[in-house]
Design a protein around this ligand. Sequence first.
Ligand SMILES: [Zn+2]
Length: 204
Amino acid sequence: MLGYPAPGELIADFERNGMGLDSITTVFLTHLHGDHVDWNLREDLPNRPLSFPNARYRVHEADWEHFTTDELLADLYRGEHTRRSVLPLEELGVLELMVGETDLAPGITAFPTPGHTPGHMSLLIASNNERALLVGDILGSPMQATETDFRYTPDWDGPMGIAARRDILDRAEREKAIVIGSHLSYPGWGSIVRWEGRRYWKAL
Ligand SMILES: [Zn+2]
């Protein structure tokens, strides 16, 4: 849901699949960059109600602290997304902060992967012997599956972002997990494969 004036696909996906937006009880935010928080509120409706009216919105405490400093909130441009799409969550009483690894539902665990932002989190989804890792912005491009140590420009702490990427790619390979990223080639799902000793992204 990139940029609030443009319609995102998520709301339409729910409608297409006959799922009620009110059936969602948890919304997990990997981090608080603008392109990951807009549409917390319905930008297409008057008065901008919550997109998921019965959900708690979960985010790491370190991101909340990082993105709500007086300095940032006072900044016309850099504070815009927080003011518009994050502060209302707190005002409505639906924001719930996390500190460390947190079970969100049976088989669904959020865990800290700082670097891209101070409180960036990823998600492990486990069911029987299958695993998926939702890695948010740890991978900015499929290329970084191979060139793991290339810095991702928007990272808050470059070396920490690289360390987080190494860890999660090692884990994905070890656990044969599907990887789900935010900015990877559509539909953003893939696996990590080896060819002649090097690691590559394989879209699914
Ligand atoms: Zn980001």
